[in-house]
Design a protein around this ligand. Structure first.
Ligand code: NAP
Length: 441
């Protein structure tokens, strides 16, 4: 029996250990020799379409060796994150540059192929001799922060580590594959009431949103805080909205269509803005209109603005945050060079908080909330691994809501649920809400 078959059939740990590790495995990857294929003009500028279906391939790659503090996970399911889209567009820089730098200390990663993917659920099938807390056969999800725990600052906050890397983006051997190489300090128990694909879609976006809103390094949302959430049905935003509601805040969600507005309503978000009503948010008049609309909806300015949309929205975000409020940002989908009027920042004592990923503790905390059924997966569609490029394309062109899942070794959807009683208590209507999109308003 092959290792993959043993995993699919739920073999016990001894059988898993007996099954040989294959010399190659199927994975979604980009190629170093294709780095220049799209030219230098950024995607979306002058009609340039850096279609990720051209650059993202699925095929056989060699199986790497394990380091002592790593495990080999047989990946049952994975998910698309926006970083896979960045990698496959070779923007803002080709991710092979990260692999080359990493290769100076760990030559395994510096290859002509980059296996992508920063989320996974699966089963541990091998472990290095330094791994103490995990066993072969454990069902796990992966957190995306790949850190060097010998760096002292990582014991304060691993996101400050000099060698911090986003797994499957700045490292090789990521989750969009049949097998993935994962550090022990990335592992968390799989939520038992979720299927493989539901479990795989959460960690990167949910943990990033958790740090931005709840964790001590972010905006530290309080009960009753009004939070403006850009992209409120997107990968990050849909967890942002849930965390605001779960923590007693008042979300104001921004979306771009009636379908998405309806989904947001079904999530229990009462206050909704359609950003297509506020095109060209590049001057103060437009910012004022947005601010007035937020006040009309909730009667006050947002204590927190949840930012990841970047250049096109940042000036407005700084403007609409209330006096003493904060703009917490982890990304720049519409462009990295932001312009805002600094008078609105300093005169109104506002703060801009940079946030990136989440440390292991924050990942464990959000995984606990998911495992308790308090925060739900936002899986909307599922593709097989062979169609990973189509899945990434859906995210690239903003055709999706929530998270787009990818089945790797899992032979079908809805497998892997262990705690059916909890699943029933949490309710299919919550767990499958995003699967029903688009729903007529
Ligand atoms: P996503 O699933 O594509 O969702 C982004 C949402 O933003 C979309 O649903 C879209 O919603 C909205 N949007 C897109 N363009 C916009 C624009 N020009 N103005 C206003 N809204 C716009 O992506 P995601 O996973 O949420 O990631 C969002 C960004 O955060 C990406 O740049 C990603 O790289 C970054 N990120 C960073 C970290 C980190 O740790 N630093 C972690 C995760 C993600 P509507 O069309 O409905 O408005």
């Amino acid at each position: 029996m092959t290792l993959a078959q043993a995993v699919i059939e739920g073999a016990d740990p001894e059988e898993l250990e007996r099954a040989p590790v294959p010399p190659t495995y199927t994975a979604a990857y980009i190629r170093k020799d294709e780095v220049g294929m799209f030219g230098r003009t950024p995607h979306g500028v002058n009609g340039v379409d850096k279609d990720v279906r051209r650059s993202l391939h699925v095929g056989e790659v060699p199986m790497p060796e394990l380091a002592p503090d790593e495990v080999l996970v047989a990946v049952m399911a994975s998910a698309i994150n926006f970083n896979t889209v960045w990698s496959a567009m070779f923007e803002p820089i080709p991710t092979f540059a990260f692999l080359e730098r990493f290769g100076r200390t760990d030559p395994r990663h510096d290859l002509d192929t980059h296996v992508l993917g920063s989320d996974a659920s699966g089963v541990i099938v091998r472990k290095g001799p330094a791994v103490r807390h995990w066993r072969i056969g454990d069902r796990v999800v992966t957190s995306p922060a790949y850190v060097d725990s010998e760096d002292p600052i990582t014991h304060h906050d691993s996101m400050l580590g000099g060698d911090l890397r986003a797994w499957g983006f700045e490292t090789n051997f990521g989750g969009l594959a049949e097998f993935a190489v994962v550090k022990a300090t990335q592992l968390l128990p799989k939520p038992r009431h979720l299927s493989w694909e539901e479990a795989a879609c959460n960690m990167l976006c949910a943990s990033t949103a958790y740090r931005m809103l709840v964790g001590e390094h972010g905006s530290r949302m309080k009960q009753g805080d009004v939070v403006l959430v850009w992209g409120a049905t997107g990968g990050l935003g849909a967890y942002g909205v849930q965390l605001v509601k779960n923590g007693g805040g008042i979300p104001v969600g921004v979306v771009s269509s009636r379908d998405k507005a309806e989904l947001l309503r079904r999530m229990g978000c009462e206050h909704i803005l359609d950003r297509t009503q506020f095109e060209h948010l590049d001057d103060e008049k437009a910012w004022r209109r947005l601010g007035a609309e937020v006040r009309r909806l909730v009667g006050e300015d947002p204590a927190i603005v949840f930012e990841h949309t970047g250049k096109e929205t940042f000036g407005a975000s700084v403007y609409v945050a209330r006096k003493g409020g904060s703009v917490v940002t982890c990304g720049s989908s519409s462009g990295f060079e932001h312009a805002y009027d600094n008078r609105h920042l300093w005169m109104k004592l506002k703060r801009i908080i940079g946030s990136h990923g989440a440390n292991y503790l924050e990942c464990a905390e959000i995984n606990r909330l998911i495992s308790l059924g308090m925060i739900h997966p936002t899986l909307s569609r599922v593709y097989p691994l062979l169609k990973a490029a189509d899945a990434a394309r859906a995210v690239q062109v903003n055709e999706h809501v929530g998270k787009v899942g990818v089945l790797c070794l899992a032979p079908g959807e809805d497998l892997g649920v262990e705690d059916h009683a909890l699943r029933e208590r949490v309710g299919e209507q919550n767990l499958r809400l995003f699967r029903s999109w688009p729903a007529s308003p």
